[in-house]
Design a protein around this ligand. Structure first.
Ligand SMILES: Nc1ncnc2c1ncn2[C@@H]1O[C@H](COP(=O)(O)OP(=O)(O)O)[C@@H](O)[C@H]1O
Ligand SMILES: [Mg+2]
Length: 274
């Protein structure tokens, strides 16, 4: 396919790790950097990203606040696999041709559409809560030695998707980023264990670890409001902008830097002005 978009898949075989929240924040960040962004939601059951964007579009003050929204398509799976896969590839091909970036939010379970989505990723972002339970998604850890026994089912799925991607003739680099989400200052011991194991595992199965968003209650209300951290300054909404939100925006900025998306936006800007 002739594509110009950088395709970002947000995936993890586990619910509640922040995939949809991170997807939405990435989308609005990239839009804010002047990129044209497409987004796809293949999580039919929760459809969190779709609902998040709908909440945003439905705000009566959306225009007044100048809220940017992506070109969004929901591709919920039906019971007809071949039809679903065809619909998904049509969507991704169209979006890849017409946007700078495409963000795909996936369900927290193994599904053929999710596998297909993973095979299109230039960047795969896996948000992970900072706990040994969540680490289980990436690797099996021997509780006696506290060392990695072997990569898990999801890590194998990512490996398979990479092969699919190569077989389609995709030449560009693929990068897997594990994002430590909902970081809290509690439980330093657990945090150290996770850190060490992630480090051990990253070398073994090939990902990079970046810090994500801290644990903050605001994310839930942002979803209902259809807003992101980036909108709070202009939003006269009933959310008060506090120091905690300043810190949260800085986390988001760090995330954009660490994932290389700030550089991506700069490169697009150069290309557009050439
Ligand atoms: N950094 C965070 N701090 C606090 N709550 C969060 C954070 N990230 C996500 N959440 C909340 O956790 C829940 C699950 O997040 P969501 O993005 O829907 O996860 P997933 O898409 O992986 O299932 C939501 O209620 C969301 O508001
Ligand atoms: Mg979700």
């Amino acid at each position: 396919m002739s594509k110009r978009a950088h395709i970002i898949v947000v995936g993890n075989e586990k619910g509640g790790t922040g995939k949809s929240t991170v997807s939405m924040h990435l989308i609005v960040s990239l839009l804010g950097l002047g990129l044209s962004v497409g987004s796809i939601d293949i999580d039919a059951r929760q459809a969190t990203l779709t609902r998040y964007i709908t909440n945003r579009r439905n705000r009566t003050d959306a225009a007044e606040l100048g809220l940017l929204a992506p070109d969004h398509v929901a591709v919920p799976p039906t019971t007809h696999r071949a039809g679903d896969e065809a619909r998904f590839s049509d969507t991704i091909i169209r979006m890849a041709q017409s946007h700078d970036a495409v963000v795909i939010d996936t369900p927290g379970s193994d599904h053929y559409l999710s596998r297909q989505a993973h095979s299109y990723a230039d960047t795969l972002i896996t948000p992970l809560n900072d706990s040994l339970i969540d680490l289980d998604v990436l690797a099996l850890v021997d509780p006696a030695t506290m060392h990695v026994t072997r990569p898990s089912h999801y890590a194998e799925m990512v490996w398979e998707s990479k092969k699919q991607r190569a077989m389609r003739g995709e030449k560009g680099p693929f990068e897997w980023i594990v994002l430590r989400n909902r970081l809290s200052s509690l439980d330093a011991r657990n945090k150290r264990d996770v850190e060490r194991l992630l480090d051990e595992l990253s070398k073994r199965i090939g990902f990079r670890v970046v810090p994500g968003l801290g644990e903050r209650v605001i994310y839930r209300s942002l979803f209902l409001e259809g807003l992101t951290l980036l909108d709070l300054r202009q939003a006269a909404a009933n959310i008060e902008f506090t120091m905690s939100h300043v810190a949260a925006r800085q986390e988001l900025r760090t995330l954009l830097e660490a994932t290389g998306f700030l550089r991506l936006a700069a490169a697009e800007a150069v290309a557009a002005s050439a």
